[in-house]
Design a protein around this ligand. Structure first.
Ligand SMILES: Nc1nc2c(ncn2[C@@H]2O[C@H](COP(=O)(O)OP(=O)(O)O)[C@@H](O)[C@H]2O)c(=O)[nH]1
Ligand SMILES: [Mg+2]
Length: 225
């Protein structure tokens, strides 16, 4: 009985902090992206492929969320960019307060791209705004082409669907056309990139998408300067 008002209060407090974060990202011209997927779809792998493609002077930083362990931060720290693990200790999503705390000793002036890997979960993270410019949903072909219909909220709220592990298509009953149709049934304007973090096929499309978002932010900054 008490649950609904409490949930509403938590979400409105989260929305308030997220708006503050969004304003800070705008002031410092930081593009913040929130990567969401089930456990194991390839979020950390996509970040590994992304960071390894960047020159050492790229102004990028990563926050990675998990219920337990620092494993992902260790995997990502080897590329030399600032990386911080947020361990939620049982909570199934990141919230705006966690991001605010994690950023407390980082200078937004020093970055123009902040990549956030959310806790592996297709449901809860979709309800918590982190002040990001865009949510990105990663779905791997091992998960079934019906997932956009089963978990519509995250597909509805994401600007981009990364369809990962396409190298496995010969081995799994996954119809890419059906998956994409399902995603577009939920969100007609969703962009879709097919890729494999293993073979790197399609990776350049993702890097171009990322670069376009950064350039759009930089142009906006220049026009308002
Ligand atoms: N075959 C294949 N395996 C992948 C690909 N991307 C990630 N993996 C594997 O999938 C597993 C989970 O990946 P990970 O990046 O940890 O997923 P996360 O839980 O979403 O961060 C790891 O064993 C990866 O090596 C891919 O494109 N193809
Ligand atoms: Mg991970």
């Amino acid at each position: 009985m008490e649950r609904v008002p409490l949930e509403r209060k938590v979400l409105s407090e989260n929305a308030r902090i997220a708006e503050e974060l969004r304003a800070r990202f705008a002031t410092h011209h930081v593009v913040c992206l929130n990567l969401i997927s089930s456990p194991g779809s390839g979020k950390t792998s996509l970040l590994e492929r992304t960071l390894e493609s960047f020159a050492p002077n790229e102004r990028v930083a990563v926050l990675t969320g998990d219920i337990q362990t620092e494993n992902d931060a260790r995997r990502l720290a080897r590329f030399g960019f600032p990386v911080k693990q947020i361990t939620t200790g049982g909570i199934c999503h990141l919230d705006a307060r966690m991001i605010e705390r994690a950023l407390a000793d980082w200078r937004l002036e020093d970055m123009d791209l902040l990549l956030i890997e959310n806790v592996g979960n297709l449901v809860c993270p979709s309800s918590f705004d982190l002040g990001e410019a865009a949510k990105i949903v990663v779905l791997s072909v091992a998960e079934g082409d019906d997932k956009p219909l089963k978990y519509p909220s995250i597909f509805f709220k994401s600007d981009l669907l990364v369809l990962n592990k396409i190298d496995l298509l010969p081995y799994v009953p996954f119809d890419v056309t059906v998956a994409e149709e399902n995603a577009r049934t939920i969100h007609a304007g969703i962009q879709i990139i097919r890729l494999s973090c293993l073979t790197r096929e399609g990776l350049s499309d993702w890097l171009t998408w990322l670069q376009d978002r950064r350039q759009a932010r930089a142009s906006l900054a220049a026009s308002t300067a």
